[in-house]
Structure formats: C-alpha cells, structure tokens
Design a protein around this ligand. Structure first.
Ligand code: RM4
Ligand code: MN
Length: 389
C-alpha cells in the first residue's frame, strides 16, 4: 500500500488537465443565458481566469481556444500573455456550427463551395496553431440530417472523407487532428460522426496524426464509456477527452458530479493501459459550461474531481485484481475496484498539493484570495464573453 501510495503521488504530480476558454464566458441554455459579474470580456481575460485555476490547482497549465470566438489580432501576443501567467495555449477548436451556409452541413455539404469554405476555416485554425505553439487541431463536426431521405447517408461520408483529407494535409509534422463524435444534436435523425467507430474509421483512413476525441457527454444513456476508452487505447487512437457530466443530453455539467463511479471506471482504464503518462498522447481536457455556478471555482472543482478519480484509479491493487480475475473470483475482482473507489483520497491530494507549495484546498484558497471580488469590481464596461459569440 505504501508503494502504491508513493507511485500514485508521483503519477498525480505529472497529471495535467486542459481548460476550455469557453468555460469562462457566460453560457446557458436556449431558454436563458445568465450573466455573472466579473466575467471575462476577451480572450486575454479568459486566459487570466484559466491561469487562476492553474495557480490554485497546479494541474491545469493549458487553455483550449475556440475559433472564431477567441480571435485576436495578434496570436503571438496572446501566447506570450499566457506564458507570462504560467500557462500555454492548448487545442485549437474549429467552429462549423454558426454560419448560415452550414444549414445542410459543412464538411459534408452537397455543395462543393460550402465544403471548401469549411475546409478553408481549418487553414485559419492551423495558422493560429503555428502562432501559439498549439499542436492539437480539434474538430467537432456538427453536420447531420433531420429526416430520413433528406440526403444520401453514404455520399455524405464520402464527402466527409475527402474534406477531412484536405484538412489533414494542412497539418505540420508534430500536429494532430482530434476528431470528436456526438450521437445527436444539432441534428436528430443522423449525425455524420455519431459514434467512436465512425470517428475511428476516418482517423485510420487519414493517418497516424489523426486521433479520436471522446466527449463524455456525447453518448446515449447507459453507454459503457470505459469500454470505448479501452478499445481506443488498444489501437493507439485515443487522442483526448472532453470531460463533463450528463444526466440527459449534452449537459456539459461539472465532470464527476453526476456519476463519480463512471469517471473512476474511465480513469481505471487509463491507468491500466499506462496512459496517464504525460507522453501517452491522451490530452485530458474539460468541455464544460458553468451556467449557474461561478466559473473559476467551477473549473477548480472540475480539476479536483478529475484528480480524485485518477487518485482512486491509481490506488487499485492491480496484483490482487489480476489474481482474482485469473482465479475467476468475481466478487474479489469487483471488490478490488470498489475498495479503491471507496478510498478517501482527499488527504493524498492535500499532500500532493502541499508538496508543490500549494494550499491543500484550492477551492477555499481561491475563495480567500479576493480575486472574484476584484474582477467583479474591475471588469466594468465592454461586452462579456459568451458561449457562441
Ligand atoms: C460542442 C463540442 C465541442 C465544443 C463545443 C463548444 O458541443 O462538444 O467539443 O468545442 O461544443
Ligand atoms: Mn466536446
């Protein structure tokens, strides 16, 4: 147990979680977007907020950007601003869901002119990557159809394959294409990349620089997500997570809030495959919105939840587990997991933080810092950032 604990501490010390810039803007549902005092007004302020999360957790050194939401005149200036604050620019997300031309699709659109426009947008994203030092181009395809017969399902896949190939050809060596899937919404009959199998098939056709993004909110209820994690790891194509929690749809709630045991089971597959290592190629990102709760504390809580699930996964007694599995001892094998899940890892994480010179309780330390009050006072005027703008 002491060995397991020491190894867990060492692994946790290396773990990093990437924050989404859009978590720091106002967000809501189609019914209402609630504004909050002190919310960032531009990408520079979003990065300042993300840097606060890193300052108190010590585990969130990168911020993903969304283009065009985070467009600035000078991206090298934005990258320098991030570096000054101790963070770096992470994945660059393209946006194919907010242009009138994309009503019937973007990379799959029947009209070549629209497809070309969607492809060209990725050249802009790759330029942002070059200017910021980002290595991950993340593509979530919102395309799909609402009615059977609306378009030819197979032709849409063929057009998608061709468009993706053109995007892939833009990548520099060392850059990756992260391809995300989602089973429904914004279209309801057939999404063009509804599942991990479709995403993986496109990645395999593209080449080694293409990997799958697993957004935990993008599956049908009851889906065994850890099975998908295991399968993608087996073939070396799990490029990233978009972590969040769901009860019903793509709820984008705080990771680990709805089903901490599921998050533990996911992290257990990661640890079992030795994919926690910083060089494993898996980027652990958050994709969340804080509609009613404050944003910086919401992100701090999210990072802590991922760390807690990871710590528990690291404490699984893998020798005992393997022995029980080999002996066909169903309950002992299951118990090896549930024992680890039942462990209170908060003292271990407090020790980790103190060893890094951080407060044992990042959430409380941020609350005490007065930062929230300061931004509420100082960020007056201008337009607050929001999801979708
Ligand atoms: C989408 C998808 C993408 C994210 C955007 C903001 O639903 O999950 O990953 O970039 O939302
Ligand atoms: Mn996502």
């Amino acid at each position: 147990m002491t060995d397991l604990r020491a190894a867990a501490l060492a692994a946790l010390a290396e773990q990093t979680i990437e924050l989404p810039s859009w978590a720091f803007g106002n967000s809501g549902t189609r019914f209402k977007v609630f504004g909050q005092p002190g919310v960032a007004r531009d990408p520079f302020e979003k990065i300042e907020d993300a840097a606060q999360v890193h300052r108190y957790t010590g585990a969130a050194p990168r911020v993903s950007l969304h283009i065009p939401w985070d467009l600035v005149d000078d991206f090298s200036k934005l990258a320098a601003h991030a570096a000054d604050l101790g963070v770096a620019i992470g994945a660059i997300n393209s946006n194919l869901f907010q242009d009138d031309d994309y009503r019937l699709g973007s990379l799959t659109h029947p009209d070549k002119a629209v497809r070309d426009k969607a492809i060209a947008h990725h050249a802009q994203c790759v330029d942002v990557m070059r200017a910021t030092g980002s290595t991950d181009l993340k593509l979530w395809l919102p395309d799909g159809t609402n009615y059977a017969g609306q378009d030819d399902l197979r032709a849409r896949q063929d057009r998608l394959a061709d468009s993706l190939q053109q995007v892939y050809a833009m990548l520099d060596p060392g850059m990756r294409l992260l391809l995300e899937y989602k089973f429904y919404e914004p279209y309801f009959y057939a999404m063009d990349i509804p599942d991990w199998g479709t995403s993986l098939l496109h990645c395999l056709a593209l080449g080694d620089q293409a990997t799958v993004v697993l957004d935990t909110g993008h599956h049908a209820p009851g889906t065994n997500i850890e099975f998908i994690v295991m399968q993608l790891l087996r073939v070396g194509r799990l490029g990233a997570f978009d972590f969040n929690s769901r009860y019903y749809g793509d709820d984008d709630l705080i990771v680990g809030s709805a089903d901490p045991f599921q998050l533990f089971r996911i992290m257990n597959e990661i640890v079992a495959a030795d994919a926690l290592r910083p060089d494993s190629g898996v980027n652990f990102m958050l994709d969340q919105c804080h509609n009613i709760e404050p944003k910086i504390p919401g992100q701090i809580r999210s990072v802590q939840n991922v760390q807690e699930a990871t710590a528990k996964a690291l404490l699984v007694d893998r020798e005992a587990l393997a022995a029980a599995q080999a002996a066909g001892d169903v309950l002992a094998a299951h118990g090896a997991l549930t024992d680890a899940f039942a462990t209170d890892v908060r003292p271990l994480l407090a020790e980790l933080r103190e060893s890094k010179g951080l407060d044992a309780d990042p959430y409380a330390a941020y609350a005490r810092s007065g930062h929230q009050e300061r931004i509420s006072r100082e960020r007056i005027g201008g337009t607050q950032a929001s999801w979708g703008a």
